[in-house]
Ligand binder design. Sequence first.
Ligand code: BG6
Ligand code: MG
Length: 228
Amino acid sequence: MEVNTFKGCIFDLDGVIVDTAHFHYLAWKKLANQLGFDFNESQNEALKGVSRKESLEYLLQLGGRQFSEEEKMTLAARKNDHYVEMISNLDESALLPGAKKLLLELKSAGYKIALGSASKNARPVLESTGILPLFDFIADGNSTSKSKPDPEVFLIAATGIQLLPSECIVLEDAQKGIEAAIKGGFLSLGVGEKNALEQADHVVSSLENVDLKTLQHLYNFPITSTIS
Ligand code: BG6
Ligand code: MG
């Protein structure tokens, strides 16, 4: 994709900035086990980036279980209780390697930073890990009606930081998140395993060695700061 300017980044949360993706998995597994079936990590790949409601539908389909809408609301709330309990002691140590350093570097160079997460727990997670003030705008599960791979959350985020999709890099650990970024016309950086994220423009195994220079180099942006 031809891009003239790079002005901001939209970060997914779970699995990109904070080590919480595993807790989502464990909470779904606990619910599945309570319902009498098992759920493994490879099945969980399809749930990454997906809203709580849609994840539950997928899980129940896997387990071959059917419930009324009211029961499903109770089950989704139960999964969330498991998840919230698992992250109750979250602090800065849950930040994934390199994430805070990159956020700080982007911020001080004048780049806009938004969150584009499916999670309704995004704000408390950013608060408890101490990085909420680094964000110019939060788009999360409370601001969206469509789950990734729909690009809605990233489009809301881009509007929130007053940038065009082509001016933003979306950083994502979920295949459905990369799909959403592509559909929305964003640049994409996959964070995780290359074979799970092969549609992304570029993939890194973690943010540990990613800095502004790396981004400018990967996407052929001119080496400049946005601060004039
Ligand atoms: C995404 C996670 O960030 O948020 C999914 O990748 C999760 O695993 C989704 O289901 C919704 O999260 P929550 O906190 O609203 O249940
Ligand atoms: Mg994620």
